[in-house]
Structures are given as C-alpha cells and as structure tokens.
Design a protein around this ligand. Structure first.
Ligand code: FAD
Length: 397
C-alpha cells in the first residue's frame, strides 16, 4: 500500500505532537506515527518542566499536573541544602501529558497512528527525503511525504538514515535511572525539587527528588555516559534512595538515555527536519528536554509550512530551521555545556564546600550572580569558569 501526505512526523513524543499540530493547523495533510502501542507510555522521564515555557504549547491542566514547585534545593552528600526560589516548575504525569498533546494534534486535523514504526526513509531523484517505509500494526506501507519531521527521540534512526551524524560522545550522554517511590508523608517538601550533587552520589551527573504527591515522588539520577559502567546507575540510585528515603517502596522503574551534547550542528537536510532528543536539543546541563523539543518543533513546523508554500524543500531552504534554532539557543547552550563539564570535574570536597556556603546565604535577598560569587569565592579556578552561569542566569529546568 502507498499513500501521500504533506508532512510525515516520526515519533509521538512532545516534539512530534507539537510539530504535527502546528502543521495541521496551517491546513497541511499530516500523518504522525508512533511506534509504541500507547502514546506516553512507558514513561521515561523525571517529569519536571518549567510552567512558563510549557504554557506556550498547552493550557496548564490539573489533569496532568501532579505537583507545583516554587523552590529548588541544592544538596550535598553531607546533608547541607541551599533552598532557592525557582520559577514555577510543574511535575507532570507524562503519560497523560503526552497523550493530551497528541490529542491536540489529532483535533487540529493530523492523523495520529500508534504502533506504527518508520523502518527506512525514501529519497527522490534530487536526493531529498521524500517519504518513509513504515509498518503499521504489522503491515508494511509506503508513505510519500513532501517533508519528513524526525521526532523519534534518543533512539532516533531517521536522522542517521539521512546521513546526519547523530551518535554523541559517551561523555555527552546522560544515562538515567529513576524510581517512582512511595514513602510515608513528610519526607520531602511538596513544593521543593531537590538536586543532589557530588561524585559519591552521581558521578558526572546529579540525583533528584521531584515530589508528585505527599507520599509519592520521582527519585532518580543521571550519570555521565563515560562513568556509567554496567550496574553503576542502579548501585548509585539504590545507595541514594537508602540514604534519602530509607525503606521506600518502588512503584515503577524508568531507565533511559539523554544526549546532552549541546545539540547537533546539522538538524535538517533536503526534505527532512530533526527535532527534540533526536537533534540532541535537551538542555546540556540538566538533560531537561520536553519544552525544548516543543520549542524546536514549533520552529521546524514554521520552516516546513514556509517551504511547502514556496514549493522548495531543498536542504538550503530547510536550513532556515538550523539558523533559527542556533540563533535562539546557541549562546546559552554553549554556556551550559561548559558548566556541565565544569561540574563533572569537581571533587566531592568542592561540592560539599560550595553547597554548604550557599546554604548559609540569605538567598531571598541575593540574585544568582551574588549567590555564585559567594559560593565560588574560595575556589578561584571555579569562579573564573562559572562566569558562564552568571551570564546566562541559572535555570535548572
Ligand atoms: P520522545 O519523548 O523520546 O519521543 C520520541 C518518540 O518517538 C517515542 O515515543 C518513540 O517511541 C518514538 N519513535 C522512535 N523511533 C520511532 C520510529 N522509528 N517510528 C515511530 N516512532 C518512533 N526532560 C524534562 O524536560 N524534564 C525532566 O524531568 C526529564 N527527566 C528525564 C529523566 C530521564 C531518566 C530521561 C531518560 C529523560 C528525561 N527528560 C526530562 C528528557 C525528556 O524525556 C526528553 O527530552 C523528551 O521526551 C524529548 O521529547 P521528544 O519528543 O524529542 O522525544
């Protein structure tokens, strides 16, 4: 069987759904395919997102918001914690959230098909991507598409099929493991997201506690891929849970990887746009990628709509997307990447000292720059390097 659409979106995560919705809203014929049998499941995420950025894509709705975070705590391995005010952050139910984004895409006119997988890209005589071979509920099908949007996440193959180099260096890959835990109420503050640092907790990464309810929380960590020898993530997380929430039950387990290279240089080619984790667009320090995937999807959709209107899907026409993405995010991402590498090289003692110093500051009366200065004052090497953080402001999700 074969059929034709204007835009084929591969992947039904936040990036895919927003791209599909925006293209459908402009009147294009859109097909979005998702290889899993249920959009949004299984969840592979800490589920924390900045409310303000999310609002641009979906109305905030209690049906997918589990908790509202107004402060974050930076914690060291000796138990010191600096509690700082944060922009409103939501801990969401990703399963409901992703499904809702896909529903909005369908309501805008996109056709959405779960359990449908792209197996190869097809190219035309000019070498532009012009569709894909897919398998829907086991049956093969050819889809002709004027533009393909690859939103196929960390395990993305579509960009690679088109000749884009996508494999990150091991050090630029976070390996993540998370438990949804249940513990007696009172073990965490309902509006505080905790970030725990130090090589003994999470080598080249960090651990978190994101409250969902008074008795359930996402407790997880990411490790630098170059430090995550087999079994290391589990050993670190079990140690962390035993220390932070002893006796907790584990209701579900999430494992996954996040490319945190700062972003692929090339995110389009003739007939193809790459968005979200597939393009390494997650924030390079925290690994938070939901809002960034949606932001990139918006830019990709704008480029696709214009290209189709001008009947020009060549690599040079679609490069407008690369330019828009890099000019909006390039400087900040370079700063955050530098910062992550700085943090990855810090010793336990430095973490203990810096967070203990931060915990003694009157945080409500200081801006981020002043806090950084106070924390790093006794560490001139770090102070110099941490300039990047002060320049870009400190947004942890
Ligand atoms: P995805 O959400 O991964 O969606 C891609 C979809 O494409 C998937 O559903 C996949 O099944 C589908 N797909 C893949 N290949 C094909 C194919 N060939 N055909 C059809 N479909 C295909 N981000 C945050 O913002 N906050 C957090 O707290 C956070 N915590 C995280 C914790 C962990 C442990 C991990 C692993 C990630 C975390 N992230 C977090 C990152 C976040 O999950 C991703 O950045 C985000 O989901 C990226 O969205 P996306 O649409 O690009 O990709």
């Amino acid at each position: 069987m074969s059929r034709s659409v204007d835009v084929l979106v591969i992947g039904g995560g936040p990036g895919g759904s927003v791209a599909a919705r925006r293209c459908a809203e402009s009147g294009l014929r859109v097909l979005m395919i998702e290889k899993r049998q249920e959009i949004g499941a299984p969840v592979r995420c800490g589920e924390a997102i900045g409310a303000e950025a999310t609002r641009a894509f979906i109305d905030l709705d209690p049906k997918w918001i589990d908790a509202r975070i107004t402060r974050f705590a930076l914690c060291n391995a000796e138990g010191a914690r600096a509690v700082l005010p944060s922009e409103l952050t939501l801990v969401v139910n990703r399963k409901v959230f992703d499904l809702e984004l896909a529903r909005l895409a369908a309501r805008a006119g996109a056709e959405v098909r779960a359990r449908t997988q792209a197996e190869a890209l097809v190219t035309d005589a000019q070498g532009n991507v012009s569709g894909a071979r897919i398998r829907s509920l086991g049956a093969p099908e050819d889809i002709e598409a004027r533009i393909v949007i690859a939103a196929d996440g960390t395990e993305s193959q579509a960009a690679r099929w088109a000749g884009i180099k996508t494999v990150p260096a091991l050090a630029d890959l976070y390996v993540g493991l998370q438990y949804l835990i249940c513990a007696p109420p009172g073990q965490w503050m309902p509006d505080v997201a905790e970030y725990h640092f130090g090589p003994s907790t999470a080598p080249s990464g960090y651990a978190w506690v994101f409250p969902k309810r008074d008795d359930t929380a996402n407790v997880g960590l990411v490790l630098g891929g170059d430090r995550a020898v087999e079994g290391e993530a589990r050993a670190c997380l079990d140690r962390f849970v035993a220390r932070r929430v002893p006796g907790a039950s584990i209701l579900s387990v999430v494992a996954g990887a996040i490319p945190v290279s700062g972003g692929l240089k090339q995110i389009s080619t003739g007939g193809l746009l790459v968005v979200g984790d597939a393009a390494h667009q997650a924030e390079p320090m925290t690994g938070g990628g939901i809002n960034l995937a949606m932001m990139a999807a918006e830019l990709a959709a704008q480029t696709a709509i214009k290209a189709l209107k001008n009947d020009d899907v060549s690599a040079s026409a679609l490069k407008a997307y690369d330019d828009a993405w890099h000019s909006r995010n390039g400087r900040q991402r370079a700063g955050l990447l530098r910062l992550r590498r700085l943090l990855a090289g810090m010793s336990e003692r430095e973490y203990v000292d810096i967070i203990a110093t931060l915990a003694r500051q009157p945080a409500d009366h200081m801006n981020h720059g002043q806090l950084m200065l106070a924390a790093f004052l006794r560490h001139p090497r770090l102070l110099l390097e941490a300039r990047a953080l002060v320049e870009i402001g400190m947004h942890l999700k």
